[in-house]
Ligand binder design. Sequence first.
Ligand code: ADP
Ligand code: ADP
Length: 226
Amino acid sequence: SQALVIRHLSKTYANGFQALQGIDLTVEEGDFFALLGPNGAGKSTTLGIVSSLINKTEGQIEVCGIDIDKDFATAKRQLGVVPQEFNFNQFEKVLDIVVTQGGFYGMPLAQARSRAEHYLKALGLWDKRHQASRMLSGGMKRRLMIARALVHQPKLLILDEPTAGVDIELRRSMWDFMREINAQGTTIILTTHYLEEAESLCRNIAIIDQGKIIKNSSMKSLLQEL
Ligand code: ADP
Ligand code: ADP
């Protein structure tokens, strides 16, 4: 079955700019999928609409078979989202941010705590758990958002440039982490500027340019064409 189906998606922003011009895309359950394309192509707009952070103009989105317009509450439980912008409370402590997110999903406190511990340890943030989030480096803030996005164990994890501005050593350890999450059954969709990142991680890709999908294939066949 499909983790994500996008049909005829278009987006015209309030200023009249048409950022997406009828996108069709399917991501199978269990896939590690890259959405590639130049700056301004429409990657964040697409993922923002899937996460309901941005309103679409036209089209249909299904997350794990659920139409987000019909039952967003259920679709949302299947989704973990890490946007590009840091969007947590900068005064709140690292551990509290992740535990609180568990609370939003109706989890018992003990479970929220143990999952927060698990993901903060896996992402190398456990030592920082009592620090206010504003004290973290950019790469740590990015990892904090990943821990927070995983606390309810979503089926589909959306990562918008998860390793932007992260040095190569840390990037590699984040790759290992993402591979492990994927191997455990979580479908992952990521956008990235680094082709070698997509090459190393992803089985399937779509390339978006000026609001249109110009390529949709396996990573392997893309590399054979280059
Ligand atoms: P939506 O259609 O999803 O409600 P809007 O079109 O209302 O989004 O825009 C959201 C905000 O982003 C507005 O405040 C707008 O000024 C701002 N914005 C405008 N142009 C850009 C741009 N090129 N990139 C990012 N943000 C922009
Ligand atoms: P990408 O993630 O591929 O870099 P985006 O989805 O952020 O691209 O942006 C696609 C296009 O839409 C860009 O030209 C951007 O300037 C424009 N855009 C993004 N947000 C807004 C907005 N709120 N209002 C108007 N234009 C926007």
